[in-house]
Design a protein around this ligand. Structure first.
Ligand SMILES: Nc1ncnc2c1ncn2[C@@H]1O[C@H](COP(=O)(O)OP(=O)(O)OP(=O)(O)O)[C@@H](O)[C@H]1O
Ligand SMILES: [Zn+2]
Length: 809
C-alpha cells in the first residue's frame, strides 16, 4: 500500500474505498483506492498528492480491502497487484494528452518565428478550445506531430495537459415516442390522422405504434417509447419515420440502457428427488456447525438442482450468493439453467464480457441490483457486502488457480477465506473432489455430504478398455482408432445417438519431424516443440503464440520427408470424418471458441442435434448435460496419465470420471471407451470401479511418505532471466539463502524448469515443502520477501525476476 497526501480541499470527500487519481512522473496517471486514512508520513519516499477523488460513493467496500490484504499476504504479492486483478479495467482511468492555446502567448509579437505547420495548429486552436494528438495529426495530415508540438511548447505558444477520462461509458439508445400533448389529447391525435390522409406509409407507422403503445390507457408506456427497430416492421420506410419526427408527431430522445440482457424467470425450482432431499437436509444440518462443506455427488446426480434450492433460500433470507464455475465453457449451459429460475436478477461475470459489461455487473452488485452472481474465478472480487453462501462447483478443477500474473491465487481457497470474512458458508461441489478437500472432510474440518445415485432412471456408464497395441499387431488400427471404438461409435450413429471424443491436445499434431535427420520444429523463444495446425497451415507455439509457415523441406537437412507426429483434436476430427463420412462433426477447443459466442454456438448445435460427433479438449469434460450422448471415447488414455506431477494420478482419475460422466445421462446406459497401450494399469481398474475412496487412500500413503500436500504446504519459486548463467547463479544464491531460514522445511532444487526457456527467458525452479504447523508459513514468507529484496539489490541480479507461487497447482 502506498501513502498519498490528501490536499486540504479534498479532505471532506475522502472515504475508505473511494477511487482517487494520483500523478506519477510527468505523463502517467494512476487510479488508487483509499484503504486507510492516517497521519504517518512515509519514511522511504515523499508522499504524492491526490489529484482528485472520483467516487461520491465508494466503489470498493472495507471487506474487500481486508480480503485484498489477506490475498497479498498469503500469495506473496503486492496489494496493488490484487487491486489490479480485482477492479474491472473499466473502473480504472485512462489519461489522454490534450493541447490548449497558451493564453499568455502573443501571436502577433512572438519572440520566435513560427513555421507553416505550427501556424496551422494555432489557427485550429482559435476555433477549438482543446485538441488531441489525433486531431493534430488530422489537421496536418501527418503521423508524427510530437516534434511540432514540442516546438510549440518551447515557444510558449501552447500548453499540453492530461485530461483524465473514465473508461467506462454507459450505453445510450435512441428511442422514439408520440409527442407528449398528442398522447394526452384524443382530438389532437385525430386531427393528426386527418393530416396524414393519403400518406399511407406514415399513417401505418403511427397506427402500429399506437397498437404497441396504448397511449391513453398506459401513458407511462409512451414515456418510455420504443426503439426504431421495434417501430419499423418489414416494408416500413425509414424516411416516413423521419418525416413523422421532423413534423413533430413523434419525438426522439436518448436513454441510458443496460448492456446486460433482461430475462424473465420461466420456472420454479424442480421438485427434489428423495435422495436429493436427504442431501439437502444433511447440508443444512451440517452448516449449523461447519463453515465449509463438501458435496460429493456422482456425475448426473443433480447437484445443480440442490444449488438452486439453497440459493433461493439464502436469497430469501436477504443475503447475497456467489456461485463459482471453473471456466466459461461451462457457464453457458449452467447459466441458462439458472436463468430459467432466477431471470436477470442474477448477474453473470466472466472474461468474455466486455469491460463495460463488467463494470455494469460490478455496479449492479454495489447498488443491489444483483444479489446473486454466477461467475469465474475473478468474481470473488465483486463488491459483495453481505454474502450468505458461496458455492464452488467442480471444486477440483485446476483452472481455479490463477497461473499468471500475480496474484497467483486459488479461487476455491480464496472463496473459503472470503466467506469467512462475511461469516458466510461455503459449499464445495464435485463428483471427483480434490484430494485437499476430501482430506479436510475426512479430518472433520469440512462437513461432508454424499449423493450416490444419478437423478431419475439413468445409471453410471459401462467402461471398455481398447488395447491400442493389440489392435496394431492384428492390423486393426485405422487412423489411430481401435476396432472397439469404431464399433461403438457406429452403433450410436445407427441409433441416432451422439458421441463425444476427448483428447487433451489441440491443433493437428503435437509436432512435425524429419524422417531423415530427426529434426523437429521448435519455438525460437521457448524450449518446446511447435504444434502443427493444419487449418491455418502454421506451426504454432502454445506458450508464447509464436508462429511460422509450415516448411516444405527440413530446415536442417533439406529432406522433404517431413511427417506429423501424434494426434491433436483437429486431426482426430479429420480422421473421424474419413471413417464416418455420413456423421456430422464438430470440434470444441481453444481454436474454435475464440470469439464471444463460440462456445454457445457449438453447444447449441450439439444440443439441438445438428452434430453427431463432438471432438474436444478438456472443455467438453465437465458439467455438460446432453441427453442423447451415449458414447464417450477417450482417444489417448495414456496421455492423461503422463503429467509430470505428484497430482498425475488424482488428475487422471478426475478427468476420466468427469468425461465418462457425460455419457448416458438419461434412460439409455452410456458406454465409455478408453484407448490405451497399457490396459492393465491399476488406475483404470479404480476408475472403472468408481472406487474413489480406495484410490484416495492409496495415493495418500505416497503423499505422506514423499511429503506432498495436503501433508505439507508447497511454495514454488521460479527464477527468470534472459541469460542462462545469470538465471542459474541467481537461483543458486536464492537457494542458499532460503536454506538458512529457520523453519521446518525441505528445499528442493534449483532445477531447470520443465520448460527451460519461455519467451527467451531461462527459468529455474525451487520447490519448498513447509511444515503445516504453527507460524512456519508466515515466518517463511516474511523471510523470503527480505531475501528476494536483498538479492535484487545486487547489481548482477538487478534484472532477475523471482516468481513466487504459493500452493502451485
Ligand atoms: N429434481 C430434479 N427434477 C428434475 N430434473 C432433475 C432433478 N435433478 C436433476 N435433474 C436433471 O438431471 C440431470 C443431471 O443433473 P445435474 O446436471 O444437476 O447433475 P450434476 O450433479 O451437476 O452432474 P455433473 O457433476 O455430471 O455435472 C439434468 O438434466 C437435470 O436437469
Ligand atoms: Zn514459444
Amino acid at each position: 500500500m502506498f501513502t498519498y497526501k490528501i490536499p486540504r480541499n479534498l479532505s471532506s470527500e475522502i472515504q475508505i474505498g473511494a477511487r482517487v487519481i494520483v500523478q506519477f512522473g510527468r505523463k502517467k496517471i494512476l487510479t488508487g483506492i483509499i484503504g486507510k486514512v492516517h497521519n504517518k508520513a512515509p519514511q522511504a519516499y515523499e508522499a504524492k498528492p491526490i489529484l482528485e477523488v472520483l467516487d461520491e460513493r465508494p466503489s470498493v467496500n472495507p471487506l474487500q480491502i481486508r480480503f485484498w490484504a489477506w490475498m497479498a499476504d498469503y500469495y506473496c504479492c503486492h496489494i496493488g497487484e490484487v487491486m489490479h486483478a480485482a477492479l474491472p479495467s473499466g473502473l480504472r482511468l485512462s489519461s489522454e494528452s490534450k493541447i490548449q492555446a497558451n493564453p499568455d502567448f502573443d501571436r502577433e509579437n512572438a519572440a520566435y518565428p513560427l513555421d507553416e505547420r505550427e501556424e496551422k495548429i494555432l489557427d485550429a486552436l482559435e476555433n477549438q478550445k482543446e485538441l488531441t494528438y489525433e486531431d493534430c495529426e488530422k489537421i496536418l495530415g501527418i503521423k508524427t506531430v510530437t516534434p511540432i508540438l514540442k516546438s510549440l511548447v518551447a515557444k510558449e505558444a501552447i500548453l499540453i495537459f492530461e485530461k483524465v477520462q473514465e473508461k467506462y461509458t454507459p450505453k445510450v439508445e435512441t428511442r422514439i415516442r408520440l409527442r407528449e400533448d398528442l398522447a394526452k389529447d384524443k382530438n389532437a391525435l385525430e386531427a393528426i390522422f386527418e393530416q396524414l390522409l393519403g400518406k399511407e406509409k406514415q399513417e401505418s407507422i403511427l397506427l402500429k405504434y399506437l397498437r404497441d403503445v396504448p397511449v391513453f390507457q398506459k401513458p407511462e408506456l409512451n414515456e418510455k417509447g420504443l426503439d426504431k427497430a421495434t417501430i419499423l416492421e418489414e416494408g416500413d420506410s425509414e424516411s416516413s419515420l423521419k418525416t413523422l419526427i421532423k413534423n413533430g408527431i413523434f419525438e426522439s430522445f436518448k436513454v441510458t440502457v443496460n448492456r446486460l440482457q433482461e430475462v424473465e424467470p420461466e420456472r420454479v425450482p424442480a421438485q427434489l428427488s428423495p435422495s436429493q432431499q436427504e442431501a439437502m437436509s444433511q447440508i443444512k444440518a451440517q452448516f449449523e456447525e461447519k463453515q465449509t462443506l463438501l458435496l460429493h455427488g456422482i456425475t448426473g446426480s443433480g447437484k445443480t438442482e440442490i444449488y438452486i434450492q439453497l440459493i433461493q433460500e439464502v436469497l430469501e433470507s436477504g443475503s447475497q450468493v456467489l456461485l463459482l464455475l471453473p471456466e466459461i465453457a461451462l457457464t453457458t449451459q449452467i447459466v441458462s439453467r439458472l436463468q430459467e429460475v432466477f431471470g436477470s436478477s442474477m448477474g453473470v461475470y466472466h472474461s468474455k464480457y466486455s469491460d463495460n459489461e463488467r463494470v455494469e455487473v460490478w455496479n449492479g452488485v454495489l447498488r443491489g441490483r444483483f444479489s446473486f452472481v454466477v461467475g469465474v474465478r475473478s468474481s470473488i472480487f465483486l463488491p459483495f457486502d453481505s454474502l450468505g453462501l458461496i458455492i464452488v462447483d467442480e471444486e477440483h478443477e485446476s483452472s481455479y488457480k490463477q497461473f499468471d500474473p500475480a496474484p497467483r491465487f486459488q479461487a476455491r481457497d480464496a472463496a473459503i477465506m472470503l466467506a469467512y470474512f462475511h461469516q458466510a458458508k461455503t459449499l464445495l461441489g464435485s463428483a471427483t473432489p480434490s484430494f485437499e478437500s476430501f482430506y479436510n472432510a475426512s479430518q472433520g474440518k469440512y462437513g461432508y455430504v454424499e449423493l450416490k445415485y444419478r437423478y431419475g432412471e439413468s445409471e453410471l456408464p459401462d467402461y471398455f478398455l481398447a488395447d491400442l497395441g493389440a489392435d496394431r499387431r492384428k492390423n486393426l488400427l485405422k487412423l489411430d482408432s481401435t476396432r472397439l471404438l469404431r464399433e461403438k461409435i457406429q452403433e450410436a450413429l445407427d441409433k441416432n445417438e451422439q458421441v463425444l471424443i476427448f483428447q487433451n491436445r489441440r491443433g493437428y499434431a503435437p509436432y512435425i519431424q524429419c524422417e531423415d535427420c530427426g529434426w523437429t520444429g521448435e519455438c525460437v523463444q521457448c524450449d518446446v516443440s511447435l504444434t502443427y495446425h493444419q487449418f491455418t497451415e502454421e506451426l504454432r507455439c502454445h506458450y508464447c503464440g509464436y508462429k511460422e509457415k509450415i516448411p516444405t523441406s527440413c530446415p536442417a537437412c533439406g529432406s522433404t520427408q517431413l511427417s506429423t507426429k501424434g494426434m491433436g483434436t483437429e486431426r482426430i476430427e479429420e480422421s473421424l470424418s474419413l471413417l464416418f463420412p455420413e456423421a456430422r462433426m464438430g470440434r470444441m477447443d481453444l481454436d474454435t471458441t475464440r470469439n464471444k459466442y463460440g462456445y454457445q454456438r457449438i453447444l447449441d448445435e450439439f444440443g439441438s442435434g445438428q452434430l453427431d460427433i463432438l471432438v474436444g479438449t478438456q472443455m467438453i469434460t465437465k458439467g455438460l448435460d446432453f441427453g442423447r450422448v451415449t458414447v464417450v471415447g477417450i482417444w489417448d488414455g495414456d496421455r492423461i496419465l503422463n503429467f509430470p506431477d505428484f497430482r498425475a494420478g488424482e488428475r487422471a482419475f478426475q478427468q476420466i470420471t468427469q468425461v465418462a460422466g457425460r455419457a448416458g445421462r438419461r434412460s439409455e446406459k452410456g458406454k465409455v471407451i478408453i484407448q490405451t497401450r497399457n490396459p492393465d494399469q491399476d488406475i483404470f481398474t479404480k476408475v472403472i470401479a468408481g472406487d474413489y475412496d480406495s484410490f484416495f487412500q492409496q495415493e495418500m500413503v505416497e503423499r505422506r511418505n514423499f511429503f506432498y500436500p495436503p501433508y505439507v504446504k508447497l511454495v514454488k519459486i521460479t527464477t527468470r532471466h534472459a541469460d542462462f548463467k545469470t538465471a542459474e547463479k541467481a537461483a543458486i544464491a536464492l537457494h542458499r539463502e532460503m536454506a538458512q531460514i529457520a523453519v521446518k522445511k525441505i528445499v528442493l532444487g534449483p532445477e531447470k524448469a520443465l520448460i527451460g526457456r519461455i519467451k527467451n527467458q531461462y527459468q529455474f525452479e525451487s520447490l519448498i515443502k513447509l511444515d503445516r504447523s504453527g507460524a512456519t508459513q508466515t515466518t517463511f514468507k516474511e523471510k523470503l520477501a527480505e531475501i528476494t529484496e536483498e538479492l535484487q539489490a545486487r547489481p548482477e541480479f538487478r534484472s532477475v525476476r523471482w516468481i513466487v507461487d504459493v500452493d502451485p497447482s
